[in-house]
Design a binder for this molecule. Structure first.
Ligand SMILES: Cc1ncc(COP(=O)(O)O)c(C=O)c1O
Length: 401
């Protein structure tokens, strides 16, 4: 398979970085945007912006229609059961905080919240803080050597006191699909609620949310080639009904009085205030663009690139991979070399990779590492990006060793 991306030209940001001599290998942090998304953003903002849901005038009606059309596209993208199940938020982090506050009333002291050892801070800290507020036990599922949640241990740790399970679908550090289906089955058998952090997983392949069977699934538009400031929270209808309102203000209210009010159900009840209108509309255009691609071709290209990345790292002396990444990214350290120094020399050569703890400090601590370098791929990357990365890596290592 050719390692030239047929979609590269659809992403003006990548072409602009090319002309600056920058090689972008940090798509797991945020992705470049397709022209279709930029056109949609410009189209909406330049043809008369208006607020949604509240105006009877033509621009307001037009904005509302375009905004709500994205909800339908998100339903199709995730195979959700209905549009009432899709809540727009500002991102994965906000969605998870919404859940941790909105579900708080369901917990009694002594009950357990179960997370895994590889969670991004966004899917750890809201639950940790909820556990501290309510006197709960936070149970951390250990990993096996390849970097997946150990299912045997999970089966013994998820028990009758488990009230909620929150796990990542695809690790932003270890690049492995997690056994979410099996974990959800274990948790549901105990009557626990289930939350899947799809921030990375949603970017790679289409996922059937109904088949996955979780109560809540969250992801961020900006990692999915869409605009920043927008997130999706999918909740099963019965799960959304258990959620208490958390932000109060315009649009989420049914009846307001000076002393008390009544609130709307999902989704609008959880979209207080003016939402990120232009971003939501442009996310719709992004989903249209992504839906128009040959999914098998994208998956094949991503797999070939990832194989090239792993093969190149494997032949370099002293390179140590974190876990056994399956797709999208690889995190590594080099024996005797400080990752921050290496990252610095890569940056000097125009290679945009990420270094540090990748918002998973407890995991890096457990691995005994102060940090690691992460190379992550988007569908616009091609073989030449990796060749530039490896040439820069060799040069940097020559200087450092
Ligand atoms: C696995 C995972 N979860 C959550 C997040 C947080 O996403 P956001 O910063 O878009 O809220 C990230 C971002 O890197 C992530 O990789």
């Amino acid at each position: 398979m050719s390692l030239t991306s047929p979609w590269r030209a659809d992403f003006p940001g990548i072409l602009a970085l090319d002309s600056e001599g920058q090689t972008y290998l940090d798509s797991a942090a945020t992705a470049q945007k397709p022209q279709a998304m930029l056109d949609s953003l410009f189209g909406y903002l330049s043809s008369g912006a208006a607020n949604v849901h509240r105006a009877q005038h033509l621009p307001g009606e037009r904005a509302t229609r375009a905004f709500e059309a994205t909800r339908d596209k998100a339903v199709a993208w995730l195979n959700a059961a209905s549009r009432e199940e899709i809540v727009f938020t500002r991102g994965t982090t906000e969605s998870l905080n919404l859940l941790a506050f909105g579900l708080e009333h369901l917990f009694q002291p002594g009950e357990q919240i179960v997370v895994s050892a590889l969670e991004h801070h966004a899917n750890l800290l809201p639950w940790q803080q909820l556990a501290l507020r309510r006197g709960l036990e936070l149970v951390v599922l250990p990993l096996n050597a390849s970097g997946s949640v150990d299912l045997q241990q999970a089966a013994t740790l998820i028990g009758p006191r488990t009230r909620l399970l929150a796990v990542s679908q695809l690790s932003n550090v270890l690049g492995r699909w997690q056994p979410v289906l099996e974990l959800i089955t274990l948790a549901r058998a105990q009557g626990a609620l289930t939350v899947v952090d799809g921030a990375q997983g949603a970017v790679h392949g289409r996922h059937d949310i109904q088949a996955l069977g979780c109560d809540f699934y969250v992801c961020s538009s900006h990692k999915l080639y869409g605009p920043d400031g927008v997130g999706l929270l999918h909740g099963r209808r019965e799960a959304l009904e258990q959620l208490r309102h958390w932000q109060f203000g315009g649009e989420m209210v049914l009846q307001a009085d000076y002393q008390e009010s009544r609130f709307r159900p999902a989704p609008l009840g959880f979209e207080a205030g003016t939402p990120p209108i232009s971003g939501v509309i442009a996310l719709g255009a992004t989903l249209d663009y992504l839906s128009s691609l040959d999914a098998a071709a994208v998956a094949g290209h991503e797999a070939a690139l990832h194989a090239k990345l792993l093969a190149g790292l494997a032949v370099r002396d002293g390179v140590r991979l974190l876990g056994e990444p399956q797709l999208a990214l690889a995190c590594f350290t080099v024996n005797g070399v400080h990752s921050a120094d290496l990252a610095h020399l890569l940056t000097d050569q125009g290679i945009a990779v990420r270094t540090g703890h990748h918002c998973a400090m407890p995991l890096l601590k457990q691995l005994g590492l102060p940090g690691a370098i992460r190379v992550s791929l988007g569908l616009y990357n091609d073989g030449a990006d990796l060749e530039r990365f490896f040439a820069a890596l060799d040069k940097a290592l020559e200087l450092l060793r």
